[in-house]
Design a protein around this ligand. Structure first.
Ligand SMILES: Nc1ncnc2c1ncn2[C@@H]1O[C@H](COP(=O)(O)OP(=O)(O)O)[C@@H](O)[C@H]1O
Ligand SMILES: [Mg+2]
Length: 334
């Protein structure tokens, strides 16, 4: 048989090659290419409107690309959609559970649709409910679950059939910090214990810190793909956090380095810096500041320098800025 029908085991788990997709005047994807090897936890990081969901829909065969190709475990998503789909466990951005059914009925239905034999289905349902800590809720109608529990149930459901590749589209969006952390704990545990390949999208920068590789995407284009540390090193910016002694000195610093100020409040000023600048700053203001910390390049500054986006929400903490950024809707401020 030809290679197109039976993929070799050496194929990457996910292959995306020059994929473009247009909706009217919006070019949602503009020549996106990347590969995810088997067993990797791969994050697609980008703001709202970047094209993440469009790409997920193409990978799970709901949507066809205008040009380019994509493969799941070597199966072409356009020419072999059923084979590709059967390898995938999917958690969509929009909730997709049946609210009227119970927790275990939802899982059972999914197993039936994917042709999982009865005995295996029962075993997998019990196993997955244990894993996402919903075993006590098996007979509860889904409509009475919290949004965090529903998310956990969707993760469980994605793995009822024989899926070794998992797509999760913004699995933590809209959840509180504690629930988000818990979802990530399950995802990492699953990935490690079952050698799953996981492709997860997010617009929360701090969530990709522990992923194997991160693909930064904006306006439908890939801007960088690398490990979090390598991205920090290559694109991150060293920052100087300064606490001036008086409001007058604060204003003087703000006026002296307008191009370097990335953030400021009454108490602090954050300046982009390099070693030469730190030296110059100290000789000029060393005696007129209360405190100074040198901050190593972060993923956030790497993202800033790559996307050119202005995240100057003055006075906000890094976390608040990330959240505010996430809530910006489809706004593009390039
Ligand atoms: N069905 C659609 N019709 C028209 N425009 C769409 C459609 N789906 C997505 N878009 C547009 O394509 C762009 C990318 O959207 P999307 O893939 O949902 O981004 P993300 O998931 O990264 O937020 C956005 O500008 C969005 O408005
Ligand atoms: Mg989306």
């Amino acid at each position: 048989m030809s290679r197109a029908t039976v993929p070799s085991p050496d194929e990457p788990a996910i292959l995306v090659d020059s994929v473009s997709k247009r909706f009217g005047r919006t070019l949602a994807l503009d020549g996106v290419s990347f590969e995810v090897p088997h067993g990797q936890l791969f994050a697609l990081l980008g703001p709202n409107g970047a094209g993440k969901t469009t790409l997920m829909h193409i990978l799970c065969t709901i949507l066809g690309p205008d040009s380019g190709t994509a493969q799941i475990a070597g199966f072409d998503v356009v020419r072999q959609p059923l084979a590709a789909r059967s390898r995938l466990g999917i958690v969509f951005q929009e909730p997709s559970l049946d609210d009227r059914l119970t927790v275990s009925e939802n899982l059972n239905l999914h197993g039936l649709v994917f042709g999982v034999p009865r005995a295996l289905r029962r075993r997998r349902i019990a196993e997955m409910l244990d894993l996402v800590e919903l075993a006590d809720w098996a007979s509860t109608p889904v409509r009475s679950l919290s949004s965090g529990m529903k998310r956990r149930l969707e993760i469980a459901r994605a793995l009822i059939h024989d899926s070794r590749i998992m797509l999760l589209d913004e699995p933590t969006v809209g959840l509180d910090a504690q629930t988000r952390e818990r979802i990530w704990t399950y995802v990492r545990r699953l990935q490690a214990e079952r050698q799953l390949t996981v492709l997860v999208t997010t617009h929360y920068i701090e969530e990709v810190e522990t992923c194997d590789r991160v693909c930064i995407i904006d306006h439908g284009r890939v801007l960088a793909i690398d490990g979090p540390d390598a991205l920090r090193r290559a694109h991150g910016q060293q920052m100087l956090r300064v606490t001036p002694t008086t409001p007058e000195i604060r204003d003087e610093i703000l006026n002296s380095f307008p191009d370097r100020v990335t953030q400021h409040s009454d108490a602090h000023i954050l300046l982009s810096a390099d070693d030469a600048f730190v030296e110059r700053f100290l000789s000029q203001y060393g005696t007129r500041i209360r405190a100074l910390t040198n901050e190593v390049p972060s993923l956030e500054t790497a993202f800033l320098s790559l996307t050119g986006r202005d995240l100057r929400d003055r006075g906000a903490s890094a976390r608040e800025r990330t959240l505010a950024f996430g809530n910006r809707g489809g706004e593009h401020t390039r």
